[in-house]
Design a protein around this ligand. Structure first.
Ligand SMILES: *Cc1c(COP(=O)(O)O)cnc(C)c1O
Length: 431
């Protein structure tokens, strides 16, 4: 996280003091670094430059309008998983012809909308979906570009809830069935078989499973190209990032993280390019976390410090409704004080105010002694952070800020409390 560092005692995002932003915009507060987002996108593009390729940012990882606009301006494509995400991309000025539409449950309305907008490809997860897309395209007198998501049955060796490329989960079509499925799809007159896609999981910290999957699938891609004239192969997303010791103290994250498990774009490219280059098809990538994960932090304020016989609870104003990853995936987020604190560390549980015992950000972690009113930053919260937020406990959605050098802008206002129930009404017989 090159762009997150202490200047003196103060944590900064690029040229901006985090404490100053927290005071100005309140907490809990997400802060994103434009420089990190840009660098990650550029580095992956550069590493993959030897092949014709398109980076399709996974919108579900961070869908803020400023993030999407920034990436659209860098020429990014987008990986979308709902009609709503397509609308978001359009609202941000993204190009629908650079969008791939994934997901196991596309509705007719979503398919129709995406077809009318001219998406690059529907990444299809089942034969009934192929039939449905064909039928919608017939009705609209269009030809729908499709790619089938194949399941290579390769273990991504990541967390069970983010493993997608084995036969134990709902995604894609089994590797062995792909030739038959393409054969039948070729007979559906309103489909164009444009590519083939896979995505084996998220937060992969080794290149081996990617390389294994590409190696396994490459001959099939060549066969589909020869038989059906497909023009692209999407190798999905899933590149893992550093979550531990992500904060650069003068050193870039990859340096601090040396020896720790994560993937650099150079390693990724080196492992995959030999097999991909010889295919001669366009390569799509769908990274989400790799681009947005290290680009964001969640800032929260200490409300109380509660010492019990055994425990030191740091009760903060952020909670699982703001950042659910620790509760949902047992995820680790580094937690640092926004103003550096000396002294001994004390094993602490950082917990939110939500009425769930799962509402904690860490347990028994050695942290500096904090006091009421201090700010803490949860690092690497840019992916699957705000986008997974909810209103549980009638807590407002947090505000989001984008930093660019010495500039900062509120890119999502904190949700006003009455807005939480603004769509609700009292049934007439209860009035
Ligand atoms: C979620 C998802 C991605 C992005 O995954 P990351 O781990 O964030 O890179 C890419 N492709 C598909 C189909 C997905 O579902």
């Amino acid at each position: 996280m090159h762009d997150f560092h202490y200047q003196g005692s103060q944590l900064h995002v690029e040229g901006m003091s985090v404490a100053a932003l927290a005071r100005k915009y309140g907490t809990p507060l997400y802060i994103y670094s434009q420089a990190t987002l840009t660098r990650r996108h550029r580095e992956l593009n550069q590493a993959m430059a030897p092949v014709e390729h398109l980076v399709c940012f996974a919108v579900k990882s961070n869908s803020n309008q400023s993030v999407l606009r920034l990436l659209a301006g860098l020429g990014s494509g987008f990986d979308i998983v709902s009609g709503g995400e397509l609308q978001r991309v359009l609202a941000a000025g993204g190009d629908p012809r650079r969008c791939v539409f994934a997901g196991v449950g596309k509705t007719e309305a979503e398919i129709q909308f995406a077809l009318q907008q001219g998406v690059y490809s529907f990444n299809v997860e089942s034969e009934p979906e192929l039939q449905r897309i064909n039928a919608v395209a017939r009705r609209l007198k269009k030809i729908a570009p499709v790619a089938v998501r194949l399941n290579p049955n390769v273990d991504a060796r990541t967390h069970a809830k983010i493993t997608t490329g084995t036969y134990e989960n709902k995604f894609g079509v089994a590797f062995e069935e792909i030739p038959g499925v393409y054969g039948r799809a070729a007979r559906l007159p309103h489909l164009r078989l444009r590519g083939v896609q896979m995505h084996i999981g998220s937060q992969l910290t080794e290149v081996a499973p990617f390389a294994q999957a590409v190696k396994k699938v490459a001959p099939l891609v060549a066969q589909l190209q020869a038989r059906h004239g497909i023009e692209f192969f999407s190798i999905g997303g899933g590149i893992g990032i550093v979550y531990r010791d992500a904060l650069a103290s003068g050193q870039p994250a990859w340096w601090r993280g040396a020896g720790k498990k994560f993937i650099t774009p150079q390693q990724y490219a080196a492992a995959l390019l030999p097999a991909l280059r010889s295919l001669g098809v366009k390569i799509l990538m769908e990274p989400g976390r790799y681009i947005s994960g290290n680009a964001g932090i969640l800032v929260t304020r200490v409300e109380y410090v509660k010492r019990t016989g055994h425990k030191n609870f740091v009760i903060v104003d952020g909670a699982m409704n703001d950042l659910i990853r620790p509760a949902f995936y047992d995820a680790y987020h580094e937690i640092v004080p926004v103003t550096k604190l000396g002294g001994a560390r004390i094993a602490s549980d950082v917990v939110g105010p939500v009425c769930e015992s799962g509402d904690y950000f860490c347990q028994d972690r050695p942290l500096p002694r904090v006091r009421e009113g201090d700010y803490l930053a949860l690092l690497s919260a840019g992916a699957y952070g705000f986008v997974m937020a909810s209103n549980y406990n009638t807590r407002a959605l947090a505000a989001e800020v984008m930093v660019h050098g010495r500039k900062a802008a509120l890119v999502r206002a904190r949700q006003p409390i009455p807005a939480i129930w603004s769509g609700e009404t009292v049934a007439p017989w209860l009035k």
